[in-house]
Design a protein. Structure first.
Length: 195
């Protein structure tokens, strides 16, 4: 009996250390997480969620298992620089190949900015002109207590070179790396639309 309790205590201690190393949940709150379905032949995917931190922090990076995608990057949608800025790369493209979104990536290149630009289509914010997606190479600054929405047409985690189409019910293990809070892991379910 004493040996069983000792093994249980050791197991619980190891479990708590693992949890602390992967984000305790006390500093980071993620709600309404979901990943968009993808069509056959589509090479990209997107993950969305609501993110709140208890203390100022920076979201540095995102990752998923190689069995899901070759890379995961933090992106935002911004107005395209129609003057042909040197730090923008990408090709104009027609309406999105991501159902319900206004833009997507079919190729990744460049140092400061990656992605393709597209007309704004039916963006809720009105006639905004051409929009583009860019990778946040320096991370995303987060303010304590302020919820940042990762959603279509805004911030998102872009999955690059997905291994297979993302279908409803699939589960994706997503790791977010924060400057202060460290690594935080969640499981995201693929769905047709936001929960």
């Amino acid at each position: 009996m004493k040996r069983s309790l000792t093994l249980l205590s050791v197991g619980m201690s190891v479990g708590l250390l693992s949890l602390a190393a992967c984000g305790s949940g006390d500093e980071v709150s993620i709600d309404n997480a979901w990943a968009r379905t993808s069509a056959a032949g589509q090479t990209t995917g997107a993950i969305y969620f609501d993110l709140t931190v208890d203390a100022d922090d920076t979201l540095l990076s995102a990752s998923v298992p190689a069995s899901i995608a070759a890379d995961a990057q933090i992106h935002e949608v911004v107005m395209a620089d129609m003057g042909g800025s040197d730090d923008m790369t990408g090709d104009s493209m027609p309406d999105s190949s991501m159902p319900g979104d206004d833009m997507t990536h079919d190729s990744m290149s460049g140092d400061d900015m990656t992605g393709d630009s597209t007309p704004s289509g039916d963006m809720d914010s009105g006639d905004m002109g051409a929009m583009t997606m860019q990778q946040l190479v320096d991370g995303l600054q987060l303010t304590a207590g302020t919820t940042v929405k990762f959603e279509p047409g805004s911030y998102h985690v872009m999955l690059i070179d997905i291994a297979a189409p993302l279908v409803v019910g699939d589960k994706i293990d997503l790791t977010l790396e924060f400057a202060e809070a460290g690594a935080f892991e969640i499981t995201v379910e693929v769905a047709e639309s936001a929960p």
